[in-house]
Design a protein around this ligand. Structure first.
Ligand code: SF4
Length: 435
């Protein structure tokens, strides 16, 4: 076992907190994780290693239990938006080997994927079809923490058990990772062929760097499972913040977009990618946000809801936020500090960059651009980020207080026509947004 610094020490010392977080995240592989021990006052707390992942048979055992598929009777006839969202969606797996630092799904569900069998998933779709009173033939999602991690796994059990890497897909896809998407393609085809099923959407977040490994999968997805818009999460355009999130660079986004556009064209469908970004993530400078805003403008995206990173329990990014240290590397008092956007002023500025098109943000952006020596981006031409004038009646709106939890935002793309496309209809909500 490993003894962590005592609770009172990590409470009072951000560097020790960062160190403890780093140690804890190193012990997430059930094949080799050691127990953790931490002193709390006069007692020790023992933290068991993560459990051994369930086999497919065991997963089926859990998912085949006779659930009512209804909200708890205590709610009576109340309208529950969360229920509306999930009642016709099917969970096909648990776990995620992506390990994005702002997310704690690895701590909740593990890094080794636990898959249901095809038969069990198809049975659940049939049960929805046969028992849900308001089912119209549309399955709103066939996914999990990450839509396209059904079946991919380390090629060798022994290597997997010994592995201490935090992610199988960062900084690049591990050569030991089996990226075969065939089982998922087969599942989609069988699910679509079920009588009474008109459409199956894939609304869970997609790991697009994994998806580009299988053009056939992207074709299948784009041709049959996108309802006009597909939300994906590059999270940022700049290497600095992306490296602190453990997310792939924009090169992979471009490759995915190329495939998405090509297969949409071939299917004769007008479909759009909707990228999500995070403002004020640890490791993000004002310059990074400016570059992201310029990318959004260049690509014709207008975010209609913007919220910034907020630390969530147990995540690696939370340890960065609290300590100011890069906890992806060894942490010490002398280790490098990273940029941490903190304080209402800077966080508002980062959000404002994402909504550079909102006149309410222009006064703040003008003064920031001047302070950054980028007054050349103020003006009324195409190459400018914000206009030099303030339209009448566009006073600065009162900012809403920030709520807890990591938030994303939705984007709309104008495609250079000035037209704003409608968001996707019901059922296109992304499961990743629910994490
Ligand atoms: S060796 Fe590679 S594929 Fe296998 S568990 Fe480690 S990171 Fe993942």
């Amino acid at each position: 076992m490993i003894r962590l610094p005592a609770y009172e020490q990590v409470r009072d010392d951000p560097v020790l907190y960062a160190h403890a977080s780093r140690v804890m995240h190193g012990e997430t592989n059930p094949g080799n994780a050691r127990a953790l021990l931490q002193r709390h006052g006069t007692r020790d707390i023992w933290i068991n290693p993560p459990p051994i992942p369930l086999t497919t048979r065991e997963m089926d055992g859990v998912f085949d239990l006779p659930y009512s598929r209804l909200p708890h009777p205590e709610y009576g006839k109340a309208n529950i938006p969360a229920f509306e969202m999930i009642q016709h969606s099917v969970n096909i797996l648990r776990g995620c080997f992506g390990s994005c630092t702002f997310c704690s799904i690895t701590e909740h569900e593990g890094r080794i994927i636990q898959n249901r069998s095809e038969k069990s998933i198809l049975r659940e779709i049939e049960a929805i079809r046969d028992t849900s009173p308001n089912f119209t033939g549309h399955i709103s999602d066939l996914g999990g923490p990450t839509a396209n991690m059904y079946r991919p796994a380390c090629k060798d059990k022994k290597i997997e058990q010994a592995c201490r890497k935090p992610s199988c897909v960062y900084p690049g896809i591990c050569p030991n990772l089996n990226t075969d998407h065939q089982p998922l393609i087969r599942l989609y085809r069988k699910a679509r062929a079920l009588p009474g099923i008109k459409k199956i959407f894939i609304a869970s977040g997609l790991r697009y760097d994994l998806a580009v490994e299988s053009p056939e999968y992207v074709r299948e997805l784009v041709t049959h499972h996108v309802g006009g818009y597909l939300k994906i999460a590059p999270e940022h355009t700049e290497t600095g913040p992306l490296s602190k999130m453990m997310k792939p660079g924009m090169g992979t986004y471009d490759r995915f977009k190329e495939m998405f556009d090509k297969y949409s064209r071939e299917a004769g469908k007008e479909q759009y990618l909707i990228p999500y970004f995070i403002a004020a993530h640890p490791g993000t400078t004002d310059q990074d946000m400016l570059n992201l805003a310029l990318w959004l403008k260049r690509n014709g995206f207008r975010a209609d809801q913007v919220q910034a990173f907020l630390p969530s329990p147990m995540s690696i990014a939370t340890a960065m936020y609290h300590s100011g240290k890069d906890t992806l590397r060894k942490v010490s008092r002398n280790s490098d500090s990273i940029a941490i956007p903190k304080g209402i002023k800077q966080r508002r500025l980062h959000k404002a960059f994402l909504r550079y098109h909102d006149p309410a943000n222009w006064p703040m952006l003008r003064s920031a651009l001047k302070a950054m020596g980028r007054g050349d981006l103020i003006g009324n031409g195409k190459r400018h980020l914000v206009p030099s004038f303030q339209p009448k009646g566009t006073t600065v709106k009162a900012q809403k207080p920030e709520t807890a939890g990591k938030k994303r935002f939705k984007t709309q793309q104008t495609h250079g026509t000035g037209r704003t496309h409608k968001k996707a209809g019901p059922g296109r909500r992304n499961r990743a947004r629910r994490k």
